[in-house]
Design a protein around this ligand. Structure first.
Ligand code: S3P
Length: 418
C-alpha cells in the first residue's frame, strides 16, 4: 500500500520511457529477421521483458544493456517451445500470428489476467489463412500446430492493433497476398516497421495489404510512449505545467490530444520532427479549467489505453461527459469500465458505468480516498494522478503493477514505493 499526498501545484520537465508497442515490435520483428540490429531507448517494462523471453526461446539472441538492446535474429524459429507471455496481450497475440506463419508448433500462455482475455479474436481470423490455432474455450493457453498458410482477405470486427498485427505477422510468411480491414484505424506501428524492414506493404485507409516477404533487420530508436506521458500531461492540465520530451505523436496514438481539445486543455507541441520513421514532439501542457465532453466509438482506438485517464479528467471538468463505444475496455488487463468507474467514485467523483463506457458528472474538487490498482498498471497510474489532484490524497493498494509499462513511474513523481 502506498500513501499518495495531494499537491497544490505540479510542475516539471519529464523524459518518459520508450513506447511499449514499438519496443515489442522492434524486438519481435528483429528477432525474426536475418541479421543484427540495435534498439535504443527500448522500454524494459515487464511486458517487453516477456517478449524478450519468448523471442529468446524461439532462437533469437538478445543482449540487454539498460535501454539498449542488441538483437541477432533468426528467420527460422525453434519448434515445440512453451512461450510464457506473462501479463502481455501484445506478446501473446502478435506471437501467435508470427509463430503460425513459421509453420511450427508452440504453446503460448500467461498469467491469470492474460488467461482471462479473449484469444478467439486472433485464432479465428488466422484460421482464414489456414492456421491451426487452438485455444482453451477462447482463452490461453494457445496451441499452434504447423500448417502452411495462404494469403486471404480478412475483415476483423473490432479495431484492434493486436489482432491486425497477428494477421500481418502471419501474412509475411503466407503464400501470396493478405489484406486486413478493420472498422476504425488502430495503431499502425506494425505496418510501418514491416515496410521499413523491406516487406511489401500497402495501406489504404483502414485496409492493410501485405505480400509474402523476407525481413531485413532494422535499427530502431524508440520514441517516448505517449500512453506513459499522458499521466504527466494530465497532471499539467490539472495542477500546473508539464513538459514531456521526445514523445511519439504518431496520429494513430494521439487521441488524448483530441480529448484535450474537447476538454479545453491548453497544450502545445514543440520541436516536431520525424525520428526513426515516427513523428515525435515535446508536449507542453498547462492548467486549464475543463468542460465536459462526448466521445464515441470512432474516437476510441487512438486513445484506447488513455481512456481511464480521460474519464478521470472528465470527473474534474465542469458539466457532464459521456464516453461510449468503448466496450473493448472490458477485456483489457482489468475490466477497465468497472475499475475506472470504481476508482473515480472511491476518490469522491461521480461516474456511472454503461455497457460500453461512462457517464461522468464533473466536480471541481474530489476529496480523495483509498483505491486499488486491481493489478492493472493503467489503473494504478490513473489512480495516482487522481489522488495527487484530489483535496486530501489517499492510499493506493498494489501500485507496483505500474512496472508492466512504466517501471519508474512513482520515482518520476518523487514517490519512493515501500
Ligand atoms: C496494443 C494495442 C492495443 C492496446 C495495447 C497495446 C499494441 O490493444 O490496448 O495496450 O501494441 O498493439 P488492442 O489493439 O487489442 O486494442
Amino acid at each position: 500500500m502506498q500513501r499518495i499526498h495531494a499537491r497544490e501545484y505540479f510542475e516539471g520537465e519529464f523524459e518518459l520511457p520508450g513506447d511499449k508497442s514499438i519496443t515489442h515490435r522492434a524486438i519481435m520483428l528483429n528477432g525474426g529477421s536475418e541479421g543484427e540490429a540495435v534498439i535504443t531507448n527500448a522500454l524494459m517494462g515487464e511486458d517487453c521483458v516477456s517478449t524478450c523471453r519468448c523471442m529468446r526461446a524461439l532462437g533469437a539472441e538478445i543482449d540487454i544493456d539498460g535501454t539498449t538492446l542488441r538483437v541477432k535474429g533468426t528467420p527460422r524459429f525453434r519448434r515445440g517451445r512453451e512461450l510464457n507471455c506473462g501479463n502481455s496481450g501484445t506478446t501473446i497475440r502478435l506471437l501467435t500470428g508470427f509463430v503460425a506463419g513459421k509453420e511450427i508448433d508452440a504453446m503460448l500462455y500467461g498469467d491469470d489476467s492474460l488467461s482471462g482475455r479473449p484469444m478467439k479474436r486472433v485464432a479465428e481470423p488466422l484460421a482464414m489463412l489456414g492456421a491451426d490455432v487452438k485455444t482453451m474455450d477462447g482463452h490461453a493457453p494457445v496451441y499452434v500446430s504447423p500448417k502452411k498458410l495462404c494469403g486471404a482477405d480478412v475483415t476483423i470486427p473490432v479495431a484492434s492493433a493486436q489482432v491486425k498485427s497477428a494477421l500481418l505477422l502471419a501474412a509475411i510468411s503466407a503464400e501470396g497476398e493478405t489484406s486486413v480491414t478493420e472498422p476504425n484505424k488502430s495503431r499502425d506501428h506494425t505496418e510501418r516497421m514491416l515496410a521499413a524492414m523491406g516487406a511489401d506493404v500497402q495501406v489504404n485507409g483502414n485496409r492493410v495489404t501485405v505480400k509474402k516477404s523476407t525481413l531485413k533487420s532494422l535499427d530502431v530508436r524508440v520514441p517516448a510512449d505517449i500512453s506513459s506521458a499522458a499521466y504527466f500531461m494530465a497532471l499539467g492540465a490539472l495542477k500546473g505545467k508539464t513538459l514531456c520530451k521526445n514523445v511519439g505523436v504518431n496520429p494513430t496514438r494521439t487521441g488524448i490530444l483530441k480529448a484535450f481539445d474537447l476538454l479545453g486543455v491548453k497544450y502545445r507541441l514543440l520541436n516536431e520532427r520525424v525520428s526513426g520513421g515516427e513523428l515525435t514532439a515535446d508536449i507542453l501542457v498547462e492548467k486549464t479549467p475543463m468542460k465536459g465532453i462526448e466521445l464515441t466509438g470512432e474516437d476510441v482506438p487512438s486513445m484506447i489505453d488513455e481512456l481511464p485517464l480521460v474519464a478521470l479528467l472528465c470527473a474534474f471538468a465542469d458539466g457532464e461527459s459521456r464516453i461510449s463505444g468503448a466496450k473493448e475496455l472490458r477485456v483489457k488487463e482489468s475490466d477497465r469500465i468497472k475499475t475506472t468507474a470504481e476508482l473515480i467514485r472511491n476518490i469522491g467523483g461521480d461516474c456511472m458505468e454503461t455497457e460500453d463506457g461512462f457517464i461522468i458528472r464533473g466536480k471541481n474538487k474530489l476529496r480523495g480516498g483509498d483505491i486499488d490498482s486491481y493489478l492493472d498498471h493503467r489503473i494504478a497510474m490513473t489512480g495516482a494522478v487522481g489522488l495527487i489532484a484530489s483535496e486530501f490524497g489517499g492510499n493506493i493498494y498494489r501500485p507496483e503493477c505500474c512496472a508492466i509499462s512504466f517501471p519508474d513511474f512513482f520515482e518520476k513523481l518523487g514517490i519512493r514505493l515501500y
